[in-house]
Structures are given as C-alpha cells and as structure tokens.
Design a protein around this ligand. Structure first.
Ligand code: TRP
Length: 329
C-alpha cells in the first residue's frame, strides 16, 4: 500500500507563484509515488475570516481551479472540502480534551500569527487550529505532510497528539512526519518579504503575459544599482531569487552578468518574465479549460469529498472503538 500524503490550503485567496514554488510544484510530483489528499481548508479559513463567509465561498472553487491548473490530477489525488467531513470536527473535539491551552499558546507560529490581535484576545478556534489540523491529518492516516518551516511546530504537535491518543486509548492512528520544502520562501516583487496577495507583491497563477511583464517590470531590484553597468548584488534582488526558483540552470550566468555589470536589469527582467510565462502558459490553459466547465470541477470536488468521507467514517469507527464510545455496536 502506498503511503498517504495530506496537504492543503486555507481558501482565503487565489494561489500565486509563491505557492507554486513553495508547495504546488512539489505536490504535483508527490501525487505519483504517494496517495495524495489535498484539503480545501474552509473551516481553517474561518479561524481568521469568520466574518467573511462569502469570501471563503467564492475562493473555494478558485483554489480548486488553481490545483487543477498546475497539474494536480483528480484521478490520482483526492481533492476534498474540509467542512464537508464532519468527522474532522468530531476528531478535533476528542483531541482537544488532552491538549493543553499552554501548549497552544506557546506554539511559535500561533504566537507570531496572533501578534496583531494579541494572545489574550485570541479566538478559541484560532488558538485550536493546530488541533483541528491534526484531525485533518489523522482522519486519513496520512504519514507524510509536506509543509513550509512555519508549519513545523504544528506538525510536531500533531505527532505528539497522535502518539498521546494511541497511548491513552488504542494505537489506531498513524504517526505523521513533516516533509520540509527545500525551497526558500519566494520573495515578493517589492523585495520586502515573502510573496503574499495581501501585500500586493504577488504574481497570480492565472496572470496574462502582459500582467507578468508588467509586474516584473515594476519589481524592485538591487537599490545600489543605478546605472546599467553598475555591479549588482543578486542576493538582495527578488528577480534573482526568481531566476533561482524557476530556471536554476541559468542562475549562475545571470549572477555573473549582474555582479560584473554586463547584464542590465531590464535584460535580466526580460529573461525571467519569459521563464515565468513559459511556466504559467500551460497552467493558464488548463485553468481556462476547467473554469469553462464548473460542473466538471464540482464533480471532482464531490467525488473527492465522498471518498475522503468514507475513509473518515472508517477511522472514526476505530477511534470510537478505541475510546469505548461505540456503545451500541
Ligand atoms: N495551515 C495550512 C495553511 O496555512 C493549511 C492546512 C490545513 C494544512 N490543514 C492542514 C496543512 C493539514 C497541512 C496539514 O495553508
């Protein structure tokens, strides 16, 4: 039997090139050797967007389109909707009995994510999202969870919760392990931090050729490089980071041209715009195909959710049995 992979995204916005470099590309590869489950995390999106259910509703299908567009194959991977698996909520409640508030409050990712609202004003659901994330992983007995390094503390907690469950009751759950993305976070076009839609420095996966060219043209480069022949510093330039991410073979030559001042920024930008277009072109076509066939997309989500639900029911039967909650079986 193939090992299972579980990944997913909060459905708060369309996915962009940063998601592609950091996770989507890898998922396309993983669906071959592993049985892949991909979760549209609408409940988790509610932890921060509970007052914007319309936004979540509209983005659910957009993210599904992004998955299909980059080459997630619905015949291989199971794409499903989190809120439609009530067993995930049930398992979350059971886990929450033995996870302490302190452990959650000290989780570094929760801490940094709650900086705006402050720890004392945090919503209950938000504080507990690593617990519900554990249920996402545990219900399908996924053993491999590809994540960025910000999610590592969550994965460590997930592992502990599963081990604790198995020790307290019966060993019915599978121990998950993190598969860390080797790619550093892709920089935003403003060079100020990671690519993020809310910061306005992202390149959407469904960008047109002109949109790509426009965003790249406006992107920040090495500020010390004022004249075309000034020597540049590729390591502080987001454009160079894109060269490394999207055509690493050509990066050394780009570095040399930049450092020696023999390749100007506009030539360098032209090269990367072309490389990004090459990558996005097939994605754009597949997206258009599915966007024109909403019924096909819905059928994919319905089938994936039904399949995930079947597995969830089976796991919950074992969980209830392990805890002696199977009164009338
Ligand atoms: N937290 C992830 C994100 O921010 C999404 C997610 C929800 C997830 N449940 C998960 C990731 C379980 C890995 C495993 O995108």
């Amino acid at each position: 039997m193939k090992e299972r992979v579980l990944t997913g995204d909060r459905v708060t916005g369309k996915l962009h090139l940063g998601h592609y470099a950091g996770s989507l590309k890898n998922r396309v590869t993983l669906q071959e050797p592993y049985e892949t489950f991909i979760l549209l995390a609408d409940v988790q999106a509610l932890t921060t967007h509970f007052d914007k259910p319309d936004l979540i509703r509209s983005h659910l299908r957009e993210v599904a389109l992004d998955y299909l567009a980059v080459g997630i194959d619905p015949n291989r991977a199971t794409i499903f909707v989190q809120s439609m698996i009530p067993e995930i909520a049930e398992l979350t409640v059971l886990f929450s009995m033995f996870v302490t508030v302190n452990v959650l409050r000290h989780n570094p990712t929760i801490k940094s994510e709650s900086k705006n609202s402050g720890l004392d004003d945090m919503h209950y659901g938000f504080l507990g999202y690593p617990v519900s994330q554990t249920a996402d992983i545990a219900f399908c007995k996924a053993t491999i969870v590809p994540v960025g390094d910000d999610q590592l503390p969550h994965l460590e907690l997930s592992r502990k919760i599963v081990l604790r469950f198995n020790e307290l009751y019966k060993p019915v759950l599978a121990e998950p392990r993190a598969l860390i993305s080797e790619m550093p976070r892709l920089a935003g076009t403003d060079g100020k931090g990671k690519m993020s839609k809310s910061l306005g420095n992202a390149i959407a996966l469904d960008s047109t050729v002109d949109e790509i060219a426009f965003k790249i043209k406006r992107a920040t480069t090495d500020p010390a490089r004022i004249h075309k022949n000034d020597p540049g510093h590729p390591d502080v330039c987001p454009i160079y980071a894109y060269h490394q991410a999207f055509h690493p073979d050509e990066a050394p030559e780009i570095r040399e041209g930049c450092e020696k001042g023999t390749m100007g920024c506009s030539a360098c930008k032209g090269r990367i715009a072309a490389a990004i277009e090459q990558l996005i072109e097939p994605t754009r076509e597949r997206r258009a195909y599915y966007a024109a066939r909403p019924d096909v997309v819905d059928d994919i989500l319905i089938a994936g959710t039904r399949r995930a639900r079947g597995i969830a029911r089976e796991t919950m039967r074992e969980v209830r049995g392990a805890m002696g909650l199977d009164y009338f079986d």
